[in-house]
Ligand binder design. Structure first.
Ligand code: DX5
Ligand code: ZN
Length: 217
């Protein structure tokens, strides 16, 4: 089954727990946690304290997306009983293999993310070690941007490489996903769909979550 991971970057931070209850009632599978440092990306979002404020308030596992430099320094901060995935950017890691092992040693699934202009080739020697690959379909930094269509070919190519090499990592897509394009994205081979503004900027967040979840087959 495919999974929906609404990004709390687009939630109302003054009512974060309430917004999260809405996606929980709507059946969301993961909470996508967008961490930005103002260096790797031109925006600052929030750190582990905000994520941890949700502990005990929801059972939905965290899907942490670190858009930060030197992520190895902060991995441990994001490891909680609720953390299912921690994803780092290939572009932000000099020692990517080491960081992936660090995440897995902490008992968390390890993801690696690629910006839109970064080639799949950069993952050739790490694919066997990762649990998930996150393909960015916008340039990271902000919610509410437009989906970059050529990432669809990248998804298909990655799914093809996965088959050919007999691997079982999941493929996640992040950025500009809406009810209009989510079906195409899933058909291309995506397992986990991130949606920020399309969920949290809806008039009825719970209902919108349900609409997305219905398409996660
Ligand atoms: C972009 C973030 C995304 C973003 C998605 O830097 O990684 O997770 O919040 O938001 P939408 O769905 O609005 O593009
Ligand atoms: Zn993200």
């Amino acid at each position: 089954m495919k999974k929906l991971a609404p990004s709390i970057l687009s939630a109302d931070f003054s009512r974060l727990a309430e917004d999260v209850m809405k996606i929980q009632k709507g059946g969301a599978h993961l909470i996508h946690v967008d961490v930005m440092d103002g260096h790797f990306v031109p925006n600052i979002s929030f750190g582990s304290t905000v994520m941890k404020s949700l502990l005990g308030r929801t059972d939905i596992p965290f899907d942490v997306h670190l858009m930060i430099e030197n992520p190895e320094r902060y991995i441990d901060d994001f490891v909680t009983d609720n953390t299912e995935y921690i994803t780092v950017h290939q572009e932000a890691c000099t020692h990517l293999h080491r960081v992936v092992q660090q995440i897995k040693a902490a008992g968390v699934k390890a993801g690696v993310s690629l910006n839109p202009a970064t080639s799949l080739d950069t993952l050739e020697w790490i694919l066997e070690d990762v649990d998930m690959v996150l393909l960015m379909s916008v340039n990271p930094g902000f919610g509410g941007q437009k989906f970059i269509p050529n990432v669809m070919d990248k998804v298909r190519q990655l799914a093809e490489i996965r088959d050919r090499r007999g691997l079982d990592f999941e493929i996640e897509i992040d950025g500009g996903v809406t009810l209009d394009n989510v079906k195409t994205v899933i058909e291309a081979g995506v397992d986990i769909v991130v949606a920020g503004s399309a969920v949290f900027k809806a008039d009825d967040i719970e209902e919108r979550t349900k609409q997305f979840v219905e398409l996660m087959v």
